[in-house]
Design a binder for this molecule. Structure first.
Ligand SMILES: Nc1ncnc2c1ncn2[C@@H]1O[C@H](COP(=O)(O)OP(=O)(O)OP(=O)(O)O)[C@@H](O)[C@H]1O
Length: 213
């Protein structure tokens, strides 16, 4: 489904290679954890998989088709297939939960209250939809970020350190949510420093020496 072939990428504004002949295939995995030292390129790898970072050589194939390196041409690929949860969640703090989740939809479909109700229920936030992001906890903000990424029903959910800032109990709750998401058919690729989080995945890779091992 997802395939990276011989990816070579330099650290921006330098001649230093971050990835050299990096290969990756999602194969039959439902979920994959990516681990590795700080600065090894985990976030950069997620940005390539999301179609945001196209400054590399090598091929990125999705369902057998090459993902364009022209950001204007790969908008449809991103919209149709990819949900992403970034490290700082990128939520609008002065808007409420519902408004933030709606940002995951295209303008045309932003009024779809049924989808919003369903996703609020899935992430356990039905009662809080009108609360502002500035008034909720870190774990709740994480759920909002997950809901916003999932509302358009992506084929793949990419998550960068999804539980990095959470306590153990909230981490367990988010892991349960990821299991539900996988059972609904969304594949998950997540960067994590936590072995407990990596252990819920059925595939594990380490980014080391410019490659995935
Ligand atoms: N836009 C950029 N301009 C210059 N250097 C960059 C840029 N983005 C990333 N880098 C550099 O590329 C390397 C990889 O960064 P990346 O954020 O992908 O690593 P990481 O493995 O996710 O790190 P961490 O675990 O600390 O989040 C780092 O050395 C970083 O400083």
């Amino acid at each position: 489904m997802i395939q990276l072939q011989d990816i070579q990428k330099k650290i921006p504004q330098t001649n230093v290679l971050l990835f050299d002949n990096l290969n990756f295939a999602l194969n039959n995995h439902q979920s994959v954890a990516i681990q590795g030292r700080s600065g090894s390129g985990k976030t950069t790898l997620l940005k390539i998989l999301a179609g945001f970072d196209t400054r590399y050589t090598g091929l990125y194939k999705f369902n057998g088709l090459i993902v364009s390196k022209d950001p204007k041409k790969n908008i449809k690929f991103r919209k149709d297939n990819i949900g992403i949860i970034t490290q700082n969640y990128n939520l609008l703090y002065d808007r409420n939960i519902q408004a933030n989740i709606q940002l995951g939809l295209t303008e045309k479909s932003r009024n779809s209250t049924k989808e919003i109700k369903e996703i609020l229920s899935l992430v356990g936030l039905s009662k809080y939809s009108t609360k502002k992001i500035s008034e909720i906890s870190g774990g709740e903000a994480q759920r909002v970020a997950i809901a916003r990424a999932l509302i358009k029903k992506p084929k793949i959910l990419l998550a960068d350190e999804p539980t990095g800032a959470l306590d153990e109990q909230t981490e367990l709750e988010i892991l349960d949510l990821f299991k539900t998401i996988q059972a609904l058919g969304t594949k998950l690729i997540m960067v994590t420093h936590s072995d407990a989080v990596a252990n819920v995945c059925d595939g594990k890779y380490v980014l080391e020496n410019k490659r995935l091992i």
